[in-house]
Structures are given as C-alpha cells and as structure tokens.
Design a protein around this ligand. Sequence first.
Ligand code: R5P
Length: 304
Amino acid sequence: MIIGGSASQDLAAHVARELGEEIRYVETRKFPDGERYLRIDGAIPEEVTVIQSTGYPQDENLMELLFIIANLKDLGAKKVRAVVPYMGYARQEKRFNPGETISAKIIANLIVSAGADEFITFNIHEECVLNFFSIDAQNVSAMPAIAGYINKKYIKKEKNDPIIIAPDKGAYGFAREMAEIIGCDCTYLSKVRLGPDKVETRIVDVRCEGGDESTVNVDAVKGKNAFIIDDIIATGGTIVNAINILKQYGAKTVDVCCVHPILTNNGATRIYEAGADKIIGTNSLSSDTSRVSLAQSIADVLRK
Ligand code: R5P
C-alpha cells in the first residue's frame, strides 16, 4: 500500500500505478488553532510505503510525515518505508559555526523515532546524512531519470551537440553520470583564485579527471548545447554564474537541470533572465519546472 502526503500526491499516485498497488488517502486538516488533524481510514496492511517530501513549508510537511508514520505503526503496520524524495534540513549536516543545530541529525532521529523502518531519498546534499539514520537509509540517484528525459525529449529529437556541465566540482559526479548515460562529454566549472582579491570561475578541460584548473579550455563549450546539472537550485545564484560563463565561452544554448527545484527568491526568473532556455527539475518538489518524474525510479527501488 502506498500513502502520499500532501507534498507528494502526484508522485505517490504514479508510483502506486506503476506498481499496481493500492493508494490510500489520508484525511488531514487543521483545527481552528492551527494544530494538525490526521486520519487514515481502513485496514492497514503489514507493509506500507509513505511518500512525502519535506520541502517548503518544511515544518508542516515534516510534521505530517511523522504523524503518518507513527499512526501507521500504531494502527498495526509492521514495516513502514519512508520515501522522502527531497529531505528538508539536510544541508545543515554539521556545525559550520559553533553552537549551531545539526538539523539533519535531528530530522533523521525524528523520522526513526516516529517508527520508520526504512528511509529512501534522492541525491541527498551530503551522503553522510544517511549515517544519522539508525535504520536502512538509501540515497537514490535521479540522474538516470533526468538524463533519459533530456536525451529523449531534446538531444535525440533536436540532434544537438550536448555537453553536461557541473557548476562546481561538487556536482561533477552528477555530470559524469549523466554524460555516461547520454554518451557525451562533460566538464565542471572551477573557482580559481588568481590573487588575494581575485577569484575567477573557469571551464576545466573536458573529461579531465581532476582537471587542470590553472588553464581555461576555451573550446570546451563553443557551439555546444550545454546542459548544467546540480542537485539543488535554491536562489539560482550558482546557476546564474555558470550560465554567464558558458555564454561567455560561446555555448550555443544553455539548459539547466536539477533534482530538487527549490527555486526561492525569484531564482527561476533570474535563471531565465541570464539566458537559460529551459529549467528541468524533477517532481521531488512541485514546481513549474518539475518535468521529470521520479515515479519509475521509486517504483524500481520498491520492487527490489
Ligand atoms: C551547493 O553545494 C549545492 O549543490 C547547490 O549548488 C546550491 O545549493 C545551490 O544554491 P543556490 O541556487 O542558492 O546558488
């Protein structure tokens, strides 16, 4: 049985359809004072999968997830899988400054304490967050879904000359994974310190493992259809910077892909304004850009 929380209704319905499983509705509303009411009607089977992202409004969505898990356990479920395609608070996985709350650890503890037996997420910001879960925790890659989508929808149809770009070294693994699937080149942008007060972002050599960050490969993107890939787009600052560089170095078109389209603070507008043709996100979070469905990927993981 599949249950979709308010934040992941379409995804849950598509996963259930994909697996031929029952989808069960959750009745949830607010009391006049703002507190949450939640009810799951009908008999509860032994195994249940709950699908609920915990993006904005994070606290609301998280509380609903915890209520669903704890209620299912209380109503007799033996095994509850929590599929949280986007895990909110995962970016604070350590104390960057003394005294800070390690939010990701607290959220992991809450999900486990609520009664989850398994946790599944997509492209979590830092893999080490999985260690905060004392239950089986899996990090699934959305790259096959994203690469498959752009390959079918644009690259093959428009017969273009693609290159996959990571906007920083941290995202290079995503670019490599996508390039491998599509069968094209990839590279990453690197920040180079040229002097005490001068920093420049550069294109590192194509397929140059580790890269020679002291030289700019001016021809890497010239005339190419560049597809930028990142895990998260929040304010869009990282991507706008990348678009500007790719345009400067002669990219023919620039499209932007990501797993989690948070797109806050007019992020999407700024990305289009910088010259991107399309923003292609997944439905880990619901937005205008959520074009790639993770339903098949989730169904594949659940089948295993
Ligand atoms: C950073 O390490 C992440 O991979 C993203 O690049 C970052 O979260 C994007 O943030 P923004 O869109 O605000 O630049």
